[in-house]
Design a protein around this ligand. Structure first.
Ligand code: AMP
Length: 299
């Protein structure tokens, strides 16, 4: 694996790879790797010849009062993890490399970005959409891997790639979870032992909804209310939202029909955690997908 700090060098290697008839994969990240990131690297490794992982804590997607400065970082550990996963290029640009000048051009995906996380983080998705468009432009035609944990982000990126005819196949990968169901997140590092235990209420809420659907519940409002009341039952956790939405448009879903997401967000002390349940409803057939729960490690 090589660590590359410049746009020009990443672009050159990706161009050379495609010229040789080989497939390029991109995994965009903000680092502090965990099993969620690893799962994306593994998917990329099995489906492409050259795996590029970008590690960039993108300042433009953080609001003024958010955790940009305190965001966890571990470049050496991340490089070791990426190398162990067979990554070819770890692209680690500086802020000056990505934004030599304050950008006057930004990407805004209308409609999908004002609700859910966009309501409490109004500038977040413009930052994400812009930096991901830049990464797609730097790497060029590729397969790009994203976690379904960030369901709204995935919908935004799919839409911008479609709207702008970007030569990128966007691939969504399952949510990877701790043995107790908590979705892996770099921000879990902010949690105390008590908060860490309380945070599992997000998983409990989504599991309760999946169980209810499995038992025949088809009332969208009732499913959403069950998730909401479960999260509200945990006093250490402050609910931001629990909403059943269309997976592509992020519009509220009033019926179980098509590709849906039960998306939840909550504050646990200073950490804002998100999670979701994928629901696929075709006629009377309704499937739910909570992702992958890791097995308990035994010493
Ligand atoms: P981040 O470094 O948090 O920006 O995440 C980089 C990528 O990893 C994004 O596509 C996330 O959706 C994905 N990701 C983060 N956590 C998980 C998880 N628990 N399971 C699957 N993918 C994840």
């Amino acid at each position: 694996m090589i660590t590359v700090p410049t746009v020009a060098e990443v672009r050159r290697v990706c161009d050379d790879t495609r010229r040789a008839g080989r497939v390029v994969a991109l995994v965009p990240t903000m680092g502090f790797f965990h099993d969620g990131h690893r799962s994306l690297m593994r998917a990329a490794r099995t489906e492409a010849d050259l795996v590029v992982v970008s590690l960039f804590v993108n300042p433009t997607q953080f609001g003024p009062d958010e955790d940009l400065d305190g965001y966890p970082r571990d470049l050496d550990g991340d490089a070791a993890t990426a190398a162990a996963e067979g990554v070819d290029i770890l692209f680690v640009p500086s802020v000056a490399e990505m934004y030599p000048e304050p950008p006057r051009t930004t990407v805004h995906v209308d409609g999908l970005t004002d609700r859910l996380c966009g309501a409490s983080r109004p500038t977040h998705f413009d930052g994400v959409a812009t930096v991901v468009t830049k990464l797609f432009s730097i790497v060029g035609p590729c397969r790009a891997y994203f976690g379904r944990k960030d369901a709204q982000q995935l919908a935004v990126i799919r839409r911008l790639a479609d709207d702008l005819n970007l030569p990128v196949a966007v691939i969504g990968c399952p949510v990877v979870r701790e043995p107790d169901g908590l979705a892996r997140s770099s921000r879990n590092a902010y949690l105390t032992t008590e908060d860490r235990a309380a945070a599992t209420v997000l998983w409990k809420a989504l599991s309760a909804a999946a169980d209810a659907i499995g038992a025949g519940e088809r009332d969208a409002a009732a499913i959403q209310a069950l998730a909401e009341s479960t999260i509200r039952s945990e006093p250490r956790v402050r609910l931001d939202y629990a909403e059943l939405v269309d997976a592509h448009t992020m519009d509220p879903a009033t019926r179980l029909d098509g590709d849906l997401v039960l998306a939840v967000a909550a504050f646990v002390a200073r950490a804002r955690l998100i999670d979701n349940l994928t629901i696929t409803a075709i006629g009377a057939e309704v499937d739910t997908d909570l992702g992958v729960v890791a097995e308990e490690q035994t010493a």
